[in-house]
Design a protein around this ligand. Structure first.
Ligand SMILES: Cc1cc2nc3c(=O)[nH]c(=O)nc-3n(C[C@H](O)[C@H](O)[C@H](O)COP(=O)(O)OP(=O)(O)OC[C@H]3O[C@@H](n4cnc5c(N)ncnc54)[C@H](O)[C@@H]3O)c2cc1C
Length: 457
């Protein structure tokens, strides 16, 4: 008989399954509540745990040069069930890790069902009962409406979003500063700025006209059936929809040139300007202001690289607009993913503001470790910020910076990428990636070995 009280996990997707496994491996009992197959979401098709709702790819498996490959490697070292099942059911896919989705989900399900410390209950939870003293909410982008309402009541109207509106994010070191310059509109410093907070990319009239034509002609992603009622929010219209409303609309919206002058070329004035705003505290990533879009990813890369200054832009994230339930985590969650206002509730997976199967599982892994430590009266150990786990956790719990001026809230979901890691010297991009990966794995090994920072209680 285990003397510890169980941790309740709501949602048996990528994050909830991994969190349950991590807890059980540490000897902590779990009650795992999953509403499928009794009640499904608009995207799931089965009753299996860790169902992949779309692509069967875990993306690059290169732990020496890609951030997602590094995350795979770290998860393997941390005893991830999701990675074990993926490796067992992998399919030929070049440098990517693709899996047989049925075999993968069946393996995760079988492992959880066989684990004596995990009690599985097939039921929807509309609000975690008050007597559950430690809960992990891992209900994903399609959290059931009743639970979403209950979370919203706890967090406030603006704290839980139901759609993302993602503008592309560019690595600062790929921007050409022979063309672009730093300046805030009319040099206004605002509450948190310096007067030179934005990166500005100027367009002449012919360049602007060609850009608008490209947007109008560019291939767009269709909404999925269940997203058909996607509302367009004020201030979050896709740029191509703005362009459809009139050729000058963008010039009076996100591409306004007013109040911006390149001191090196004071005239002629640009006809339009694309602005990029700092996105993370490290200052390595900048988002394209107002550039949320439904253009296909290949089209975004092609069209946005025609913007002067962005010819060689490397994108940490491309734009999108999806049905997606996620919290304003940097504001609401503490360093170990607990709701500050109600610390018995911890969040994991995509609802925290990460993006993708692997990232969601990784945050589930951390939530499981943190909850286990807490249950065993130990201080949860935070992963070093130099690791992929630490970088992702940093994005969610504090690495992102809020807008420096008035506008819609700016925290949006993100995949793991090297822009989230603390800077490492070296100019050659490939060499820097190798060095970041090597540093991450060395630091992860020290963490696993016990040389670790602990979370403040
Ligand atoms: C349409 C769509 C396509 C996507 N395509 C991709 C892709 O190609 N590649 C990629 O990497 N990512 C993709 N994603 C994102 C991916 O689904 C998520 O990153 C990942 O599944 C999130 O893991 P999670 O555990 O947070 O949520 P999920 O895996 O969605 O798991 C959440 C679980 O919670 C359950 N649940 C919800 N509410 C309740 C409740 N009240 N009580 C009990 N159980 C509940 C659900 O049934 C589900 O099993 C896509 C998402 C969507 C919606």
């Amino acid at each position: 008989m285990n003397a510890l009280r169980p941790i309740h996990i709501v949602g048996g997707g990528l994050a909830g399954s991994e969190a349950a496994w991590q807890l059980a491996r540490r000897g902590v009992p779990v009650v795992l509540h999953e509403m499928r197959p009794e009640r499904s979401t608009a995207a799931h098709k089965t009753g299996q745990f860790a169902e992949l709702v779309c692509s069967n790819s875990f993306r690059s498996d290169d732990a020496d040069a890609s951030a997602i490959g590094l995350l795979h490697a770290e998860m393997r070292r941390l005893g991830s069930l999701v990675m074990r099942a993926a490796d067992t059911h992998k399919l030929p896919a070049g440098g990517a890790l693709a899996v047989d989705r049925d075999g993968f989900a069946a393996a995760v399900t079988a492992a959880l069902e066989a684990e004596p410390l995990i009690d599985i209950r097939r039921e929807e939870i509309s609000s975690p009962p008050a007597e559950w003293d430690s809960v992990i909410v891992a209900t994903g982008p399609l959290t059931s409406p009743a639970l979403a309402d209950s979370i919203r009541e706890r967090t406030g109207e603006d704290a839980l979003a139901f759609f993302d509106a993602i503008a592309p994010i560019v690595h600062r070191d790929s921007i050409d500063f022979a063309i672009a310059w730093f300046q805030s509109r009319y040099d206004k410093a605002g509450p948190g700025g310096t007067g030179a907070d934005y990166i500005n990319c100027p367009l002449t009239r012919p360049q602007y006209d060609a850009f608008v034509d490209a947007l109008l002609a560019g291939e767009k992603v269709a909404f999925r059936e269940f997203e058909a009622a996607t509302p367009y929010f004020d201030g979050c219209l896709p740029i191509e929809v703005m362009a459809e409303r009139g050729r000058e609309t963008l010039r009076h919206g996100p591409m306004k040139p007013f109040g911006l002058t390149d001191p090196r070329r004071p005239s002629p004035k640009p006809y339009a300007v694309v602005q990029l705003r700092q996105d993370n505290k490290l200052g390595s990533l900048f988002n394209m202001v107002g550039f949320q879009t439904k253009l296909k990813h290949g089209e975004q890369t092609r069209i946005f690289r025609t913007i002067p200054g962005l010819a060689n832009a490397e994108f940490a994230r491309l734009g999108g607009l999806h049905r997606n339930t996620f919290l304003n985590s940097p504001k609401l969650l503490d360093g170990t993913l607990r709701l500050k206002a109600e610390p018995r509730l911890r969040f994991a997976g995509q609802i925290t503001g990460c993006e993708g199967y692997v990232e969601s599982a990784a945050i589930g892994l951390l939530a499981g470790r943190f909850a286990a430590a807490e249950r065993q009266s130990e201080a949860p150990a935070l992963p070093p910020p130099t690791t992929a786990h630490g970088a992702l956790l940093g994005h969610i719990t504090g690495g992102h910076i809020e807008t420096i001026d008035k506008g819609p809230r700016s925290f949006q979901p993100m995949n793991i990428n090297f822009g989230l890691f603390p800077h490492l010297g070296g100019t050659k991009r490939d060499a820097r990636k190798h060095a970041l990966c090597a540093r991450a794995l060395a630091d992860l090994d020290s963490w696993i070995g016990g040389a670790v920072p602990h979370a403040a209680e």
